[in-house]
Write a protein that binds this ligand. Structure first.
Ligand SMILES: [Zn+2]
Length: 688
């Protein structure tokens, strides 16, 4: 049972957060009809609600509240067994923290913000540090996993905010000897300690929940929501969190660019393969009816497959407990188009390969511009949940911006995180403003360069350690051949040289001086302070003054390798000007033994996957255009030069209209695609 997820790449979930506020709600839920509808969509796995955010259970719970309108029926149990009988793998959905009923019934269990409020809009939250609440979750999990489900998805295992309940305050005092701070300040070690502590507590809670399941059903899969990885510090996850799950999974609402990056993040953090990527059938979860087109659902699912993941569609139940058949017919059409591709990915259980790493540093996804902000004030202006598509954290925006340029260049890459002990398969690693780095991370990356690797580093990378301290200079100062002056630019600044002209950045950037690096561009500031309303050079804009002597772009040889440094976070900007500069930088300095030469447009993503069950390599092309339906890409060619270890002996099959020839000792694959609608997969055999 535990290995069910290895074989199932097409999955579905029906959200079910219906209240009891109307006597008709949930009264028409018919397990047989539900299963019949699910069978019509062709998914192999179905996640079924055992308990929702309202705290309503759909089975007779002894410890919790059962939805009163189901009149004592066990609709969860009936649905599970009917799905199983029909050959669909049932997974249970359970929610923690977001549990209205438990919070309403038990004031001591509630999560309290800094001013003593305990609810956020419709949501009531329980604090994971409350011992009684923990026992309650253990009992509910015990009830749920007693059913014949293959796995459990535990949603919302993260902090909805910073909790100041008595359990948290007492625990912080006992463990850290301090009162909990209410002011965001990443220069304050006590604030940083609170963040590290929240992460530790959350990990411990996730481990506790996983253990609750394992004790009862060791063979059952356990997965915690991992979408907060792309949100940043506030929800309290660190890079160890995914180790509490069998595989990484999360729901995302940020469109194709977020998905192309998000699938690679999930891939990097997943303990086992495949990772899972959830796509709602509605435009987002705040909308109950606006359904994505078949084309959009198809592009999204194809993108997940082509990155080696299992796709999961999210539908939401109607208040009366019925499902919309036409939605499931649409999902069925998508599944049926994708079937030949899904079968192929399923058979190979492949993983992404490349030798370019895009660094993902969860500890760095903080926002220094919030320094000094009162938490309460911050929350008054900001809404943060795992359903946000874009989060206002500069380093994350820069990682996303960088991933878009890599896609535009058809540059194969994968995400590398701070848990990756072996960097020897990489030729280049790009690090976007990863300001927080541990000594072991720094050591690993330093020896990566020493032994011949290329680092492309931006901004304040390696200026701080995880406890918030800093030597005042970058830990990579020697690797980069530069030194931090301790000063920063204002919010408008420019990279300037004769070749690139002026490349603007709209975010404060560190001012650095060269020690051993060769300087290729300097920093220009505007003539006047952009926030001075009375004195300016040009009324709309802030033109650059002549450049000073601080470094904007430099290259330094270190050991057998090289480090390229860009002072600003300009890669976060998605204008053609910044993207053009970044693309040129990558073309010049990024080293890779995978070389792609193609006339395919940027909307086609290239990925290469290596099978984990046989000796095959899969080259995937995914067409995902901004305006849908896709216009078919006709007659494009790609010549892909592979590293020696991925030399191929023959082409096995092409799903999609592609012709393949192999030359150059198996290291060059010439592909011509006569027509690409959405996805093509070319399967090749590696030379043994
Ligand atoms: Zn608390």
């Amino acid at each position: 049972m535990k290995s069910w997820f290895k074989k199932s790449y097409a999955r579905v979930l029906v959200d079910n957060h219906i209240t009891e506020d109307d006597t008709v709600f949930m009264t028409k839920f018919d397990p047989q009809q539900y299963v019949k509808t699910i069978l019509s969509n062709g998914c192999e796995v179905c996640m079924v609600y055992a308990c929702c955010h309202n705290g309503n259970c759909y089975y007779p719970s002894k410890v919790g509240h059962t939805h009163k309108n189901i009149n004592g029926r066990d609709i969860f149990g009936q649905t599970i067994s009917l799905l199983k009988d029909s050959g669909v793998t049932p997974i249970a959905y359970y929610t923690v923290v977001w549990h209205n009923q438990a919070a309403k019934d038990n004031p001591a269990w509630r999560l309290y913000d800094a001013r003593g409020s305990f609810r956020s809009g419709r949501y009531w939250h329980c604090c994971l540090n409350n011992a009684e609440y923990r026992e309650f979750t253990r009992e509910q999990i015990r009830e749920i996993v007693s059913y014949d489900v293959a796995g459990i998805f535990i949603d919302m295992t993260f902090w909805p905010g910073i909790c100041y309940c008595s359990s948290c305050r007492e625990r912080f005092k006992k463990e850290c000897g301090l009162e909990m701070s209410t002011r965001i300040d990443w220069r304050d070690k006590n604030w940083v300690l609170l963040q590290r502590t929240r992460e530790r507590w959350l990990n411990e809670f996730a481990a506790f929940l996983t253990e609750c399941v394992r004790q009862q059903k060791p063979e059952m899969s356990v997965v915690h929501q991992f979408s907060p990885a792309l949100i940043g510090w506030y929800l309290g996850l660190d890079s160890s969190f995914s180790l509490n799950s069998d595989y990484a999974s999360g729901d995302f609402y940020g469109g194709k660019y977020q998905q192309r990056l998000g699938t690679k993040v999930m891939s990097a953090f997943s303990a086992k393969i495949p990772f899972e990527f959830m796509t709602s059938r509605c435009v987002n979860l705040y909308d109950h009816t606006s359904t994505k087109s078949e084309d959009e659902l198809l592009c999204s699912a194809a993108t997940t497959l082509a990155n080696g993941g299992a796709y999961l569609f999210i539908d939401a139940i109607n208040p009366d407990g019925t499902l919309e058949q036409q939605v499931h017919s649409r999902l069925g059409a998508v599944n049926s188009i994708l079937k030949p591709y899904t079968v192929r990915i399923q058979a190979a259980r492949p993983m992404l390969v490349s030798d370019v790493g895009l660094y993902f540093s969860m500890a760095s996804y903080i926002e220094p511009k919030l320094n000094g902000t009162d938490l309460f004030e911050f929350l008054g202006k900001t809404s943060i949940s795992n359903m946000e598509s874009v989060t206002d954290i500069r380093s994350l925006k820069e990682v996303l911006g960088t991933s878009i340029v890599l896609n535009q260049l058809h540059q194969l890459y994968q995400v590398v995180n701070d848990k990756c002990d072996d960097l020897s398969s990489f030729k280049t690693i790009i690090i976007n403003n990863a300001m927080t780095m541990s000594a072991s991370e720094v050591d690993r990356l330093r020896s990566f360069v020493k032994t011949g690797g290329t680092l492309i580093i931006t901004g304040e990378t390696s200026l701080y350690t995880p406890d918030g301290s800093s030597s005042g200079d970058f830990a990579f100062a020697d690797v980069m051949g530069i030194s931090f002056t301790g000063r920063k630019t204002g919010r408008v600044n420019y990279l300037s040289n004769s070749e690139d002209g002026y490349v603007m950045c709209d975010y404060p950037s560190p001012l650095v001086k060269a020690t051993t690096a060769t300087v290729l561009a300097h920093v220009s500031k505007p003539f006047t302070d952009p926030d001075d309303r009375d004195h300016y050079a040009s009324i709309h804009s802030n033109p650059p003054a002549p450049a000073g002597d601080c470094v904007a772009l430099s290259v330094n040889k270190f050991g057998k390798g090289m480090c390229v440094y860009v002072y600003s976070t300009l890669m976060a900007l998605r204008n053609n000007a910044q993207q053009y500069f970044t693309a040129k930088l990558f073309k010049t300095y990024l080293k890779s033994d995978f070389q792609v030469d193609t006339n395919a447009p940027a909307c086609v993503e290239f990925t290469i996957l290596q099978s984990t069950v046989n000796n095959n390599l899969l080259i995937c092309f995914t067409n995902f255009q901004d305006e849908l339906p896709n216009i078919a890409i006709t007659d494009f060619k790609a010549t892909i030069k592979l590293p020696a270890k991925f030399a191929v002996s023959k082409s096995l099959d092409s799903i999609g209209k592609a012709d393949v020839t192999i030359s150059g000792d198996g290291q060059t694959v010439n592909i011509s695609v006569s027509r690409l609608e959405t996805i093509a997969i070319i399967e090749l055999e590696l030379i043994k």
